[in-house]
Design a protein around this ligand. Sequence first.
Ligand code: ZN
Ligand code: ZN
Length: 389
Amino acid sequence: MAKLKQLGFDSVRVEPFEMQTWMRGEESAELISPFPQPLEITSLGGSVATPEQGLEGELVPFASLAELRAAAPGSLDGKIAYVGHAMQRTQDGSSYGFYGELRRVGASVAAGKGAIAVLIRSIGTDSHRFPHTGQMNYQDDMPRIPAAALSNPDADQIERVASRGQPMQLRLKMMPEVVGTTESGNVIAEIRGRENPEEVVIIGGHLDSWDLGTGAIDDGAGVAITTAAAKLILDAGKRPRRTIRLILWGAEEVGLLGGRAYLERHRDALEQQLIGSESDFGAERVWQLTAQVSEQAQPVVDLIGELLAPIGVARGDMDKPGGGPDLIPMVEAGMPTLRLVQNGTDYFDLHHTHDDTLDKIEAAALDQNVAAFAVFAWLAADSNVNFRQ
Ligand code: ZN
Ligand code: ZN
């Protein structure tokens, strides 16, 4: 808030909300037979702890979530499930939804078969010994068992041992805890519109990040890109017709808590939330523009497309609503979105790991992103069209 005030934005404020806060603790794992081998693991967000002395069990390998689901109930009694299921890289990151399901639901599926813990191959595309964390959830009707991700090279090693048919014994210790209710919030700053200030165009990124790295690509980059884009417009000295609202979302990683809190707070002003775009896919160059808007708003999107074409942004078709995770609650409530799609080919090398640090960001690529968001924010806010379909 201090920085945003210093930059000269209007109406800088925080909209607070409460959240349950989980904290990582000491965590380690090792193969104890057929030979000793320390493994690089990390707890999945929201996981319960092991007993203080850790736990041990036979490690039973599965190639995929589907294979784990097909296991007989009781077949994993007293054992630890390992699930492979290697994610592949794509430019648009679309495989994250499919492979990420293992992280979200794996623990309860394994618990349903009797497992005492679950270890998954990281939902990530690198081959370094950095495990990828991320939020998981428990099904209410299943025992809660500890869940951790294994770095990809360690997962390769487990699969090699498994392929020889040798029984594996694993020791696992994780000491995360739920510290209780804490306060988070959405930090908001505006460029107030000159004609219809109550109508808003939303841009932003999320302030929270996983604890292992510094959160430079997820999502310091999005915060920086959209703040810089708004600042460019502010410094140009002209005000758009409608308000540009920069939202730096809180608590995205643990379940879109900021996005949900924003929807609740602004329910009475839904129609005035004209259109939004969040930057939450790293800081590589924007290569595609997609939008889901009314016929009437097409010329505005066409002009944004024309202006961005010289910096490498091509028009694409939006087959489903996009525009960033924090906007999902608003999209479900009918708000249109425009997506400036970053090249995500390498995004899942770093995502949710110790390796998500600032040195991975290239300044020239960041500039291209800032230009794209500035063009969108200005033209959408200075228009007088209705974006809703
Ligand atoms: Zn993110
Ligand atoms: Zn994330």
